[in-house]
Design a binder for this molecule. Structure first.
Ligand SMILES: Cc1ncc(C[n+]2csc(CCOP(=O)(O)OP(=O)(O)O)c2C)c(N)n1
Ligand SMILES: [Mg+2]
Length: 645
């Protein structure tokens, strides 16, 4: 039986959440109302944390995968001494507040992951669990804790959750304890309309331990369930049968409690129903005292543990790996995926904090670290992850690994399948995570596999994502320096877009120029007016060089610009950008084997873009490239057409 003060604490969580949503007149009260006892059980009896040191490495992680229930998390952070004041709670969902609509890791201390797109948080937690096991494999002092998450019906309906859960079961991540808010209600009403599977059997088949708890109001039972989960040697899903909107006489157990304020009248009725006689946002002192006693005890555990933790590893790599690669240059032409493979292997030989894998394409994406082993359920020392054919979960898992730190994770697949993981890539960028996406087979140049596998829109559409650096190196050396920049850019994810086919090794005067995003690869004849600037990326750079040679013979003064990264170029000074792409040269042609939308930004109104605006076609790579206009002849003709205007 819970005591009187325990009941009051639970109601305090409930009413803070209700009042936040009501004041904002926007948000999701239903889940926080029914999950207040769970939050109380978890924070009081289980979660290890210290609000004064939110980044403490050995803290338990809690992820609110059902990010719409953010009011619940903010209420808990407030009551347990994080720097969220009552005024911050009153500012829920307002401009510039610390309490945005959905939790954001970059804004609020104590928020471990940016959640809201359902399924992501669940999968981030799998990444965190892998990172914890890995750091523990390196040093037993670290990673001894749990990854908790609240997941909802919507989370479990999303496919990404199946992907991540299946891998978590395969890897036997017993440090995962997830609580499923099984209220069987989602936005359109009863989940019977669309979600009738047996979740218990499903998760058991994934090799999870499943515990069922019937009454979400009984915090003691919930706490016991969590204790039981800690003894399991498998990941645990606690199915908590709950009733959304608990306490609201008219919206209880109905989708009406999901996503809008209860309304002034219903809030009053709910206060009456639960016997909560306090004004909005008024929390009696005895409740604050109760929570602060809980936190004091946790702080003591923290100081006992903290002392042993000073040796926590940091990602701290010098540039030896670059010197090593420059010392043994592969002057032969190689594909940029092969170049990337050499880079990855060299980096991994110098740090064990850089690891990753692919969605079952290691041989093709060249993402395997040959000097290391594969991570498996009984050994996390290896540097090779096998995500299975699960691009979406791979990306979200890597976000979790990055959130956990101190690792830099990478994930490889074909560029075409970046669409499968797009939302997770976007979340890497929004969450400012240093995750590397290794995206090979980057154009129609991949050849015979045909239009199903030939990316057209993908490259440009990655450039649409803010805070994502999209690199498309043109040769071995550009690949090295793109990686260098990706490793230095700690708050930004990077996409490395790489060729399947061999590319000519370029003669680059100054490698540092590569890091400027675009640079003059081949200068025009000095002292004479520039007739044409060719701008190429990746595999098209060498075609631009060939074309420039031919045009030179026809007395056309051509400059060739290689542009491996738009985003970095945009960060350069106006002077530099104008120097590389002078405004007064009208004849500019971009050459990139992808959609042309967007290139007018660089070629201007009088320029032209050679690209593809339909799908590709199955044929040998060199044939299809030629047919689609990536040829010296077409570049020369395009220039001549420009002169006709
Ligand atoms: C990927 C994704 N699709 C759709 C939504 C919009 N959405 C928010 S909550 C929700 C479902 C609500 O049901 P449930 O997850 O069971 O939450 P509850 O209402 O029980 O709190 C949906 C579809 C979303 N947040 N993320
Ligand atoms: Mg639900």
């Amino acid at each position: 039986m819970k005591t009187e003060i325990e009941k009051k604490c639970i109601d305090a969580i409930r009413f803070l959440s209700i009042d936040m949503v009501q004041k904002a007149n926007s948000g999701h009260p239903g889940a926080p109302m029914s999950l207040a006892p769970l939050a109380f059980a978890l924070w009081k009896d289980h979660l290890n944390f210290n609000p004064d040191d939110p980044d403490w490495v050995n803290r338990d992680r809690f992820i609110l995968s059902a990010g719409h229930a953010s009011a619940l998390l903010y209420s808990m952070l407030h009551l347990t001494g994080y720097n969220l004041t009552i005024d911050d709670l009153k500012d829920f969902r307002q401009y510039g507040s610390k309490t945005p609509g959905h939790p954001e890791n970059t804004i609020t201390n104590g928020v471990e992951a940016t959640t809201g797109p359902l399924g992501q948080g669940f999968s981030n937690g799998v990444g965190m669990a892998i990172a914890a096991k890995k750091i523990n494999a390196y040093d037993k002092k670290f990673g001894n804790h749990y990854i908790y998450s609240i997941v909802s019906d919507g989370d479990l309906m999303e496919g990404i959750t199946s992907e991540a859960a299946s891998l978590a079961g395969t890897l036997n991540l017993e440090n995962i304890i997830y609580i499923y808010d099984s209220n069987r209600i989602s936005i359109e009403g009863s989940t019977d309309k669309a979600f009738t599977e047996n979740v218990k059997l499903r998760f058991e088949s994934y090799n999870w331990n499943v515990i069922e708890i019937d009454n979400s109001e009984n915090y003691i039972d919930i706490s016991k369930g969590i204790s039981e989960a800690k003894n399991s040697s498998n990941p645990t899903l606690i199915i908590l049968n709950s009733k959304i909107g608990f306490g609201s006489p008219n919206k209880f157990n109905s989708e009406k409690a999901h996503g809008e304020a209860l309304g002034e009248d219903e809030v009053k009725l709910t206060r009456k129903n639960l016997g909560w006689n306090h004004e909005p946002f008024e929390i009696p002192n005895e409740i604050y005292s109760y929570f602060s006693k809980i936190v004091e005890k946790k702080k003591k555990d923290y100081s006992d543990l903290r002392n042993s933790e000073l040796s926590y590893p940091k990602f701290n790599l010098n540039n030896k790996w670059i010197n090593d690669l420059n010392k043994n240059p592969y002057s032969d032409n190689i594909s940029t995926r092969d170049a990337s493979g050499k880079v990855i292997n060299t980096i991994a030989s110098q740090t064990n904090l850089f690891f990753g894998g692919s969605a079952d394409l290691a041989g093709s994406t060249k993402t395997f670290i040959n000097s290391s082993t594969s991570i498996n359920s009984s050994d996390f020392n290896g540097l090779n992850m096998h995500y299975g054919v699960r691009e979406h979960a791979m990306a979200a898992i890597n976000n979790g690994i990055s959130l956990y730190g101190p690792f830099i994770p990478y994930g490889g697949t074909f560029l075409i399948f970046s669409d499968y993981m797009r939302n997770s890539i976007r979340l890497s960028a929004l969450s400012k995570l240093q995750v590397l996406y290794i995206l090979t087979h980057d154009s129609i140049g991949l050849g015979e596999d045909g239009p199903t596998h030939q990316p057209i829109s993908q490259l440009m559409s990655l450039r649409l994502i803010p805070n994502l650096n999209v690199y498309r190196p043109a040769d071995y050396f550009e690949t090295i320096y793109c990686y260098k920049k990706a490793l230095e850019t700690t708050n930004t994810p990077s996409s490395l877009v790489l060729s399947r086919q061999s590319l000519t090794t370029l003669e680059i005067e100054n490698y540092d120029d590569i890091e400027k995003g675009a640079y003059i690869l081949k200068k025009e004849i000095d002292g004479q007016e520039i007739d044409l600037i060719l701008i190429g990326t990746g595999s098209e750079v060498s075609i631009c060089l060939e074309a420039s040679k031919k045009l030179k013979k026809e007395n056309v003064n051509v400059r060739v610009v290689s542009m491996p990264c738009w985003e970095l170029f945009e960060q350069q000074s106006v002077e530099y950008r104008n120097k590389v792409l002078p405004k007064n040269v009208d004849n500019k042609i971009s050459v990139e084997a992808g959609t042309t939308i967007g290139w007018s930004q660089y070629v201007g109104n009088y320029g032209a873009s050679i690209g593809i605006n339909d799908f590709g076609e199955s044929a040998p790579g060199d044939v299809i490239m030629e047919k689609k206009g990536f040829s010296v002849e077409n570049i020369c003709n395009t220039y001549k057409k420009l002169l006709e205007r």
